[in-house]
Write a protein of this length. Sequence first.
Length: 400
Amino acid sequence: MKWKRDLYIGAALIVLSIVMAAAQGRNASQAPRFDMEPLWPKPLPNHWILGSVTGVAVDAQDHIWVVHRGLDSLAANEKGPTLNPPASSCCFSAPQILEFDAAGNLLSYWDRPAQGVEWPQSPSGIAVDSKGNVWIGGGQLPAPAAAGARGARGAGARGAAPAPEDAQVIKFSRTGQFLLQIGHAGKAEASDSTTGLNRPANVEIDSAANEVYVADGYVNRRVAVFDANTGVYKRHWGAYGEKPDDATLGPYDPNAPPAKQFRTVSCARVSKDGFVYVCDRQNDRIQVFRKNGTFVKEAFVSKTTTGDGSVWDIAFSSDGQQRFIYVADGHDKKVWILLRDTLEVVSGFGDGGRLPGLFFGVGSIAVDSKGNVYTGENYEGKRVQKFAYKGMAAVSNRGQ
């Protein structure tokens, strides 16, 4: 009978789908899975809004620290009360340093300190050391010059004369008191310098060794290491552990042999087992070194990405072995998940867009002790997001 035949066919299709799903499960990679928290953080007070976010960090208390470019990165229709005459009741730039708890509550904030501190015209990168001190760099290229221009000069605030070009890293207490500075605004130095920097992109603290790693890479092409207490120079290196060369490389070509020099050193992250993972943003790659600068290996991420490049920032998973690396890819508007031992892409999450869970210019990433991921969006993204860790699951390397 027809109904029996249809019943048999239907049952066969169900069995086949179960078998195929099981096979796919066996072949899929195990990777961390996340759910986006759409209402994190909680609304800011005082009509405050974020400018272009250039750094996100997590401290030992699982507090999330954010640095953003502030008023100068807001559009005219975002800063109505500050115009002369005022144009609207909203909005005001939030203080450039913000501290949140894991629930999204704003805990503290501070801004440009009193005169005498060379506050960057464009803060870039943030790190919090084991003592709770806060480090920021000065070097983020203002949009649209960031899209591939090396050595571009930032404009001064609100039509004023250009401020001295950023070339400094500054250390503050967690409440904003000045403690230490490496390099000086307006005194840019080349990649062979032992005293200065040139548009440093990011900072990383190795508290065990009492060292600060500077991704000195928006103009220079190196990782530079300094004493975290005194600021005294210790060592530096370029791509493959060789001497950095500041000569122009030309446009990135994904079909050419790997470049012998860094193009844009946008981060340097130290793993628990003592390796340094360097973001070579516009070369679409991660290079791995020992702490003394000895080259270990490299891998490409979304190698055909041009423009701003794919490897903007990285963070390690919170497990003891730091089994995974999360890569913030601002140009592809995605977070990639890599196995740390092989640097193989196993999954990812996000896509381009304005809705929660989507990205525009995702350039900063950090992880708390529970495995939750926090991202910051540069350019016109102007927000931070939280992705709650939901354990391991079989996922596709095309993303979640």
